[in-house]
Design a binder for this molecule. Sequence first.
Ligand code: ARG
Length: 588
Amino acid sequence: MNATQEQLQVKLEQALVDAFGLDYAGVDPILVAASNPKFGDYQANVALSLSKKLGQQPRAIAAAIVEKLDLSDICETPEIAGPGFINLKLKTAYLEAQLNAIHADSRLGIPTTKHPQREIVDFSSPNIAKEMHVGHLRSTIIGDSIARILEFRGHDVLRLNHVGDWGTQFGMLIAYLREVYPEALTTANALDIGDLVSFYRQAKQRFDADAAFQETARQEVVRLQAGAEDTLHAWKLLCAQSRREFQIIYDLLDVQLTERGESFYNPLLPTVVEELDKSGLLVENQGAKCVFLDGFTNREGEPLPLIVQKSDGGYNYATTDLASLRYRIQQDDAKRIIYVTDAGQANHFAQFFQVARKADWIPNDVELVHVPFGLVLGEDGKKFKTRSGDTVRLRDLLDEAILRFRETLEAKIIEEGREETEEFKANVAKVAGISAVKYADLSQNRTSNYVFSYDKMLSDKGNTAPYMLYAYARIQGISRKGGIDFAELGNDAKVILQHETEFALAKYLLQLGEVISTVEQDLLPNRLCEYLYELSRRFNTFYDRHQGVRVLDAEEPLRTSRLVLCNLTARSLQLGLSLLGIQVLERM
Ligand code: ARG
């Protein structure tokens, strides 16, 4: 609900009491946005729902409410329509005052939250020695956007990279490298992530085929867990190598993360098992320690256990998540923990959340949220792969987007007879290419799968990053053309609304705050994309030579007013895009 709706709500509630007495205190006036601008801006539908209770015709009830309603600061005289709807139309002066207020405010009138809290966003979280894949890319892009929105709302956000940097795979990898390439375990930078990934594959093959090697690998894990110096050193080198590669992607994407990998929680794992035991939840099952779950069954329909310690004493992914959960609540004081992973892990989260709840580790004021997302598909509708069937390297994918945008850009520059520097072209291509990938991901409802298509995402038509970036640059073009510095439109520059397209744009500009607070709740950034897309379309209609208004060649004070509307649109786009992790371009 925005500030206007809140005011209307309060006034309507008061009118209900004034008309029908205290029994009607707190009755919801059922205020909704009007479905058609012909009927005004809002509609209160309470009269229809009270008809039975009051034994009166809804129109008469509506009339009684309107009689007590004082909205003269905000609305035109309310009208009663149809069976008893109360139609409310905002006054032009009220709208103008609101726009002037957001024009004067660096946050565009969007308040910070009244309840700031510590929120953790656990996202990206690739695995060491394995390449980051498109699933991690989705997690990185969505998680970053969610974190940006929460930060903008004034929450204290901890962005955690729960890197998979611990576990039996390291025993295998280190044992293998000791044999085939020992320098990798002693010399920094001896490996490249590409090698690391293929060594990992070879090690796995060896492990599966050779019993003696399995034993060596296991001993290596024991040595690692016991902190044996050479093994630990080797492990650190491998992590550092992967980390450098991940960082290249984070830099390209402009994403900040605090790494706190699985290994961080290693010392806390025994306590998890002990505490579960103390709560009486632990059951020994064929040597493994587990907790039985409600609502989860195996193929035979028997209750499913969550294994927290294997029969060989090793711990699982879930045990680490239980330890990290406790740590985040106890040490980080998290009030909401948001996990961004593919939907395929939904059961994993549901299961360890359930165990943590059973163990009474989750205080009432702490919320746990799994934010699932769908798969990235190739244009053939199957899992996204390279032509040869390999997983796509993220660097290649981002580079390709940049390259392809660059080609279109260069063609356009030639066509328009412009001259641009290499620096300009490189920067525009980089920003637009990366933005296209991000926007294509964020503009989908994250729960569905989506088809990765360079052509679609790089197009300047439709709900794409290039479209949004051009819309922004086009507005900056108006300021360049008119020789006006938008930043110098001071507080004495006032908005005046006359034309239909001005009203349509102006009202939409006032809704950004509401959209942002919706995304803060439901964590669906695609809603913000839809808003920005519709905003640019309304702007285009407003600025259209035929349907819209004149701007630079309009008479004063309309000229200034319209420039303010242009600037407000540009600022809204810039803010909205920044919350999606997308940078704008002044010119492209
Ligand atoms: N490393 C995991 C993967 O690649 C994702 C970790 C997600 N976060 C978590 N706390 N489980 O699938």
